[in-house]
Design a protein around this ligand. Structure first.
Ligand SMILES: Cc1ncc(COP(=O)(O)O)c(C=O)c1O
Length: 387
């Protein structure tokens, strides 16, 4: 199992070069799409290093090496979706194990945990991980994993990575952070003592709304060996073409993330003063309850904002009136998207749980793209007038 070499290069250089040496036969500068299902052996018992494409594929290897470097990790494994990556991490556990999880996670993650993994004897306690005392209280003798998103989807709650990592180490409980909302450009959970970081690469990593993918990164050799085994044994691997597209997209990740954030800051400032917006959730605003923690552990605040417009009918009118923001699931693409989490991404979360975490029927989530911010502001202003 190859460990990714850590280069002392800066983020933007790694995004373009890590894992992407020129191809050996032709010198091709772009990593080729190795569209093959199997590899011929040199002779019986002598292999090229590649065997069968579920196990490994050179386009995937290049992507994995690049992602490991961007997250300051040693090992990375790619999957066919973000949920397949979450599933791989959960498969590190066995029946009877207990997980403490953020009560606000992506709806599909909640559904996977509550509606599928509980059938296999796993037990989950969902708590507000932004108050660390809740994590301490929820831990039981059989707790084997602490799992959180930070910021959370869609409430933009923040978990203190340093406390989370240190507590996990002290108690010998594995920690995993879903870093999808920040991308490695803004935040590297492994630097805070977290064991595993994962992404839905469908979002910022790919950033162009044309691939579904996921990845798991760690510096722990024994976790890496088990994830690699799970990747091959379960087989939820990404296609070579998708790996190529994500690799290509990573080259502009720093540029895109800066542009997402610049636009988002301006939109958040505008919305925070708008009287039709009952509440705004954006960790970059000083009014956010965990602004200081967010600032201490991330190099930026990202491109996601949630607003509470007070009722489903107002949320619906606003979303329907937007012209540039497209009504769509997903986030993190160059194009601005709007979503009504209670009826879309978080529809699988029971209403009682949604109410508990503040995910009201009036909530609207904006994934701010990298279009001209003036056009986006004008779009939001005209849509607000309609409610
Ligand atoms: C924070 C987060 N994690 C995981 C996922 C699941 O990723 P995918 O849709 O690629 O399976 C999503 C999807 O929206 C997400 O927002």
């Amino acid at each position: 199992m190859a460990e990714t070499k850590q280069h002392n290069l800066r983020f933007a250089t790694k995004a373009i070069h890590a894992g992407q040496e020129s191809e050996q036969i032709t010198g091709a500068v772009s990593v080729p799409i190795f569209q093959t299902s199997t590899y011929s052996n040199i002779k019986i018992g002598v292999k090229t290093g590649y065997d069968y494409a579920r196990t490994d594929n050179p386009t995937r290897t290049a992507l994995q090496k690049c992602l490991a470097e961007l997250e300051n990790g040693k090992y990375s494994y790619c999957f066919s979706s973000g949920l397949a990556a979450v599933h791989a991490v959960i498969n590190l556990l066995k029946a009877g194990d207990h997980v403490v999880c953020s009560e606000n996670v992506y709806g599909g993650t909640y559904r996977l945990f509550e509606q599928i993994m509980t059938n296999y004897g796993l037990e989950f306690t969902f708590v507000d991980t932004s108050d660390f005392r809740n994590v301490e209280k929820a831990v039981k003798p059989n707790t084997k994993l602490l799992y959180a998103e930070t910021p959370t989807n869609p409430m933009l709650g923040i978990t203190d990575l340093k406390k989370f990592g240190a507590f996990g180490r002290k108690k010998k409980i594995m920690t995993c952070i879903d870093n999808t909302f920040m991308s490695p450009y803004f935040q590297n959970p492994l630097d805070f003592g977290i064991d595993i970081v994962l992404h839905s690469s469908t979002k910022y990593l790919n950033g162009h709304c044309d691939v579904v993918g996921g990845c798991v990164i760690t510096s722990d050799k024994s976790i890496a060996e088990r994830i690699k085994f799970i990747q091959n044994a379960i087989g939820a691997v990404p296609a070579p073409m998708d790996c190529f597209l994500i690799l290509r997209a990573l080259k502009t990740l720093p540029l895109r993330m800066k542009a997402h954030e610049e636009n988002t800051e301006q939109i958040a400032k505008f919305l925070s003063k708008e009287r039709k917006v009952r509440k705004i959730y954006y960790p970059g605003l000083k009014s956010h309850p965990n602004h200081k923690t967010a600032k201490s552990q991330a190099r930026g605040f990202g491109g996601m904002i949630s607003i509470d417009l007070g009722s489903f009918s107002k949320a619906k009118k606003f979303c329907n009136a937007l012209k540039i923001f497209l009504i769509a699931e997903s986030l993190g693409g160059v194009e601005s998207l709007v979503c009504h989490p209670p009826s879309m991404t978080h529809g699988s979360v029971p209403k009682k749980m949604r109410e508990k975490i503040g995910l009201s029927d009036g909530l609207v989530r904006l994934s701010v793209g990298i279009e001209d911010v003036n056009d986006l502001l004008e779009d939001i202003k005209q849509a607000l007038k309609k409610i």
